[in-house]
Design a protein around this ligand. Structure first.
Ligand code: CP
Length: 306
């Protein structure tokens, strides 16, 4: 990842690269707490956030990360742009490249969209979520959040539950946490579980209770209603009853277990409000880690360390 100029996913990433990003992000967290949140590290660099899908956390934190490092950041949403007149992804990206951008942060509904752009433009490409493939900066910020509280990622039991089938967050987290020495268990409705999930390095638990039992880290996933095909689960209410996490289920994990969710949360579906706002939840801290991780990624891909 650091030997190239792109961040496309964690499947091919080296453990040492993940460690460098997390260490750099750790040091950048201090900048976010300053009164004047600005260092000159990326002065003269430009970053475009090219988002074909909605986002609050990822797009805003990439924008702030670039700004805190003094890069010029531009947000590009497909709605209101020439994409609506039929311009292709390649032509749109090429147009932005000719304006001199150093990095393109892309979110797209098609798996492989970020990889595709690498072959067509010279800027650094950062995958901010592509279809059901990967969301690498989400996993990096999840790992940063956990490492900060547990001191290590090695030897932890991590339970990921919910809609694994459609989750790029789950895939990136499985690749990331297993590389760092955690044992990752996944659970969810069988209709929302890829048949070859264990090829990713995760262990398939028969039930959510089995996955969560004695876990150090519990990661809940959002039900991605925008990607559902008919018939994968009967109703949201039924899903919440059988696969949602409440205080009693969370009590199966270790008493000091951390609860994560990438957001946005469907309150009352994958998690009850009681556990979202409870003292084991680090969902709000994940957001702060997101800015620090994205600062680290921009720094390593287009900044001083190159
Ligand atoms: N976790 C995440 O990617 O959130 P957004 O869709 O708000 O960016």
């Amino acid at each position: 990842m650091l030997s190239g100029k792109h961040l496309l996913g964690l499947e091919q990433a080296k453990k040492s690269d993940i460690e460098i990003i997390l260490d750099t992000a750790d040091s950048f967290k201090e900048i976010i707490d300053r009164d004047v949140k600005k260092v000159p590290t990326l002065r003269g660099k430009s970053v475009v956030n090219l988002f074909y899908e909605p986002s609050t956390r990822t797009r805003t934190s990439f924008e702030l990360a670039g700004k805190y490092l003094s890069a010029d950041t531009i947000n590009f949403a497909s709605s209101g742009s020439s994409v609506q007149k039929g311009e292709t992804l390649k032509d749109t990206a090429k147009t932005l490249e000719m304006m001199g951008v150093d990095a393109v942060v892309i979110r797209h509904s098609s798996s492989g969209a970020a990889n595709y752009l690498c072959n067509h433009i010279n800027a650094s490409i950062i995958n901010a979520g592509d279809g059901t493939h990967e969301h690498p900066t989400q996993a990096l910020l999840d790992m940063l959040t956990v490492r900060e509280r547990k001191g290590t990622l090695s030897g932890l039991k991590v339970a990921i539950f919910g809609d694994i089938l459609h989750s790029r967050v789950a895939r990136s987290n499985i690749f990331g946490f297993t590389k760092m020495g955690s044992e990752v268990f996944v659970a969810g409705p069988s209709t929302l579980m890829p048949v070859d999930i264990e090829k990713t390095g995760a262990k398939l638990a028969k039930t959510i209770d089995e996955a969560i039992k004695d876990a150090d880290v519990v990661i809940a996933l959002r039900i991605q209603l925008e990607r559902q095909q008919n018939g994968l689960f009967p109703t949201v209410r039924e899903y919440a009853k059988f696969f949602g996490l409440d205080r009693d289920k969370l009590a199966l994990a270790k008493p000091d277990a951390l609860l994560l969710h990438p957001g946005p949360v469907n309150r009352g579906v994958e998690l009850t409000s009681e556990v979202i706002d409870g003292n084991q939840s680090v969902i709000n801290y994940q957001v702060k880690s997101g800015v620090a991780v994205r600062m680290a990624v921009l720094y390593h891909l287009i900044g001083g360390s190159r």
